[in-house]
Design a protein around this ligand. Sequence first.
Ligand code: SAH
Ligand code: SF4
Ligand code: F3S
Length: 440
Amino acid sequence: MSETKKLFIKTYGCQMNVYDSERMAEAMGGAGYETTTAIEDADMILLNTCHIREKAAEKVYSELGRFKGLKEAKPDLKIGVAGCVAQAEGEEIVRRQPMVDLVVGPQAYHRLPEMEEKIRTGARALDTDFPEEDKFELLKSRPKGKRAPAAFLTVQEGCDKFCAFCVVPYTRGAEVSRPVDRVLSEARDLVDRGVREITLLGQNVNAYHGEGRDGRSRSLADLVWELDKVEGLERIRFTTSHPNDMQDDLIAAHGECKKLMPYLHLPVQSGSDKILKRMNRSHTAESYLRVIERIRAARPDILLSGDFIVGFPEETEEDFQATLDLIKEVKYGQAYSFKYSTRPGTPAAERPLVDDAEASDRLQRLQALITQQQRDIQNSMVGREVSVLLEKTGRLEGQMVGKSEYLHAVHVGGNPGAVGDIVRTRIVESLTNSLAGVRI
Ligand code: SAH
Ligand code: SF4
Ligand code: F3S
């Protein structure tokens, strides 16, 4: 038997990359690798990259630059680039950074073990195909050991929406949904390994239309109800959703399915109809607000989260004010906001930019408003009872940390229980980025 080799993976970007990194680690486990958190010990370093904004993409090159010393000290060290930068830039990566041995796009991970064999012989391996086969099926079956109680499960890949600013349709390819049975069997395996909460992932997850047992297509709500029957699975979440795909059955599930958690990430990007149109979002501020209304009617306590882009080409102060107005109306419990970043090859890249200082100023103003809303909602939790899925031990003696149904991080004291327990907790204090409570 050959000695086990060590794999170091660093993950950037969205939850889909987190899930993919886990699956790649498992696939490489079959090829004699175990993961390490100590980069100096690694026989192979894999960067799972993100191309969504320029800064994210450029980070990869500065990171690669830092591996020079490691590679000099250990000439056998292999360096791979996976993920969305790999897909978008392909050979360009090797041209800019010749010490890269392997480049693999997000839809070709199941070929990683073969690629590893190839680079062992000193060759380079590059694969950015969008193959017909289902990468998830071909990735080695998942291991059996215990794992953390909250897990991601990708149910849909790619995106067909083509928002004018976004690289995802190019880096991840066309929208494809995994069949219901495959999702269910993976979910059951996760539950057998101690998982109690599953977050279903897709860039446009509420457009899910996977094949059911009878060959007919199923909605995300159908999938949620199937998962609802999985014994031992206690919590279901999904992300990210598009406002236009919030169908009635999914909204109803938020009111009726006990396992579906009261948290919804529903990005709107802007509150100005002019900008939304130029973004090719195919919804208006008003139609978005109406969707929110319907969701709140089904589940009044739902916590909403969103994404915003400020400084999109030709955004005026008036457009920006419309975004602030929308935020004031919705009241978000959580939000992610970004300054527009030009992405080569996207339609918006052709449009005139907003002055950078102006865009930064808008971002600051938007974030101040969001932070205030977040704080207000978090503070309003004090005195309330929530249930917390315990995920790890806390910093203080006898304390555990987990997530409430609203996805707030909660420090639980007073004989909290063990990892994987879901415990009723009374919130006693609102801290900077978390809540503190005692088990009831
Ligand atoms: N599929 C998801 C999100 C994908 S990317 C959705 O449709 O909501 C995550 C977020 O990054 C987006 O919601 C958007 O707010 C932001 N984003 C994407 N492209 C960007 C760009 N070119 N510049 C700045 N932010 C961007
Ligand atoms: Fe990008 Fe729009 Fe698709 Fe989201 S819906 S991944 S923002 S193109
Ligand atoms: Fe980034 Fe790719 Fe996700 S571009 S946000 S890692 S789909």
